[in-house]
Design a protein around this ligand. Structure first.
Ligand code: ATP
Ligand code: MG
Length: 455
């Protein structure tokens, strides 16, 4: 058989270990992805050299998880995770093995890994593939299968349940039936997994070509009900009475697929944009289904979900903002002032992601990704024109600021200043010609005198 062609940089990296008399194997995602003809992603290496020996051999080494035998080597501009052959036993806290034992061979090391497709190694000395658990056969069958007894593997480490879903989405593979059964029986072990690790797996799922595949496995295995119960509650909820369209869950994950792959926040917003609908759902006496104010409820629920997953606050704010505004409904008869008010309300930086969300939402009702609707393209063109004309769209664009108003119009620097500035912006959004320093000072003075100053 043809030897495996290792990336150049890795060959050169391996020479350092080999010359010092150690073994060096490329393992994990890089081997899996390259055998599938995909980009290798990051490099994981397994060796019989101890972390201390690795640290001595290379100049720039970070002790990432030295207790577990892992260091990160910075080599020619790339990061290589190097782990000493090990086996693990005794997962009392279900997260970290109690005892890490360093072992003698790559074969024993591969046996402690999660899935067969992740337990293929390439010997860097010869280019030979080491595949003791049938990983290549499963790559060909396009199957994710736990190594050994699935129940045990999932009991040892709950993160593996979510990893199975993530790999299903990334690779578009199926989960083997007994592996799926093992997941269903070990949902308890998810309890011990840290929110940050769950979040990272979810984000990797969201960046897959079709995240829906991963979310379907989550739903099917019961992982969804534990990790995202709010989304699980959307299963089986019909959007219109008697219509056999997509249920809310199917609609949400299809919207997620239809959003741009590189736009993590839009995909998050798409996934959760209707998560408030089960709560908001009402059926009136004529049998008409309504979801009054569901966008507010969805944003609120999403804030809780993302907070629980320890997402950064900036990201939570953006995603919830998109969700809160996703129900806008453009009509060609909107006046220019209405367009300016829309941009002001949404914020110019959110216009594009909001359109992406809206298109994804629209695409997911039909089940096909449709081209941009004519209405949104027209609205986008009108917004571009307004921006080119440099019309004011926010308080920062006004021809006056707080200093001007305090010095020239005698308005105190207090809460009232904000009210006056917002009033001026409203006036300018209606009529851009008013955005002139002298005129605004005059308007502000009159407004303040007649409506705000107390006698
Ligand atoms: P990617 O780098 O694309 O996330 P990967 O498969 O390389 O995918 P890593 O998290 O980098 O995933 O882990 C490298 C390898 O370590 C995996 O391929 C697997 O063999 C092993 N591994 C990682 N996490 C676990 C786990 N929770 N349980 C068992 N083995 C694991
Ligand atoms: Mg990796």
């Amino acid at each position: 058989m043809q030897p495996f062609r290792l990336p150049r940089v890795l060959e050169s990296f391996a020479r350092h270990l080999l010359r010092a008399g150690f073994e060096c194997h490329l393992v994990g995602g890089a081997v899996r992805n390259m055998l599938l003809g995909m980009d290798p992603g990051d490099f994981d290496v397994a060796t019989d050299a101890s972390p201390e020996a690795v640290t001595r051999l290379f100049n720039r080494v970070i002790p990432t998880g030295i207790r577990h035998g892992t260091v990160t080597v910075l080599y020619r501009g790339i990061e290589i995770e190097v782990t000493t052959y090990r086996s693990e036993s005794g997962y009392a806290d279900r997260r970290r093995p109690d005892v890490v034992q360093f072992v003698g061979s790559i074969g024993e090391d591969l046996a402690r890994r999660d899935f067969t497709i992740n337990a293929i190694a390439v010997d860097c000395a010869t280019g030979t593939i080491v595949d003791p658990v049938g990983g290549r056969a499963d790559l060909e069958r396009r199957v994710i299968r736990a190594i050994g007894a699935p129940e045990e593997r999932f009991r040892e480490d709950g993160l593996r349940l979510i990893r199975a879903c993530r790999f299903a989405a990334q690779l578009q593979f199926e989960v083997a039936p007994d592996t799926l059964a093992g997941m269903r029986e070990n949902l308890d072990s998810l309890v011990g997994v840290s929110p940050e690790r769950i979040r990272d797996e979810l984000l990797k799922t969201l960046a897959a070509p079709l995240p829906s595949i991963g979310f379907l496995v989550m739903a099917d295995s019961g992982v969804l009900a534990v990790v995202l119960p709010e989304l699980d509650a959307c299963r089986g909820v019909e959007q219109q009475k008697g219509m056999h369209g997509l249920d809310l869950f199917a609609h949400s994950i299809e919207a997620c697929d239809a959003a741009p792959r590189e736009a993590a926040e839009v995909r998050l917003a798409a996934l959760f944009h209707d998560v408030g609908k089960p709560q908001a759902k009402r059926i009136d006496k004529d049998g008409v289904v309504t979801f009054h104010r569901h966008e507010e409820i969805s944003a609120e629920i999403t804030r809780k979900i993302l907070g629980r997953l320890k997402c950064p606050t900036g990201r939570i704010r953006s995603v919830c903002h998109l969700i809160r505004h996703h129900m806008f409904c453009y009509r060609p008869e909107w006046s220019d002032a209405a367009v300016r008010r829309f941009v002001h309300r949404v914020g110019i930086e959110y216009v594009r992601p909001l359109f992406e969300l809206s298109r994804a939402d629209g695409a997911a009702t039909a089940g096909v990704v449709s081209p941009p609707g004519p209405d949104l393209a027209e609205l986008a063109a009108r917004i571009d024109r307004i921006r080119a004309e440099e019309h004011a769209l926010s308080i920062h664009d006004l021809a006056v600021d707080g200093n001007d108003l305090s010095e020239e119009a005698g308005i105190p620097r207090s809460r009232e200043m904000g009210v006056v500035l917002r009033f001026l912006l409203e006036a300018v959004l209606d009529d851009p010609k008013l955005n002139d320093r002298e005129r605004l000072i005059r308007i502000a003075r009159t407004f303040y005198r007649e409506r705000m100053s107390r006698p």
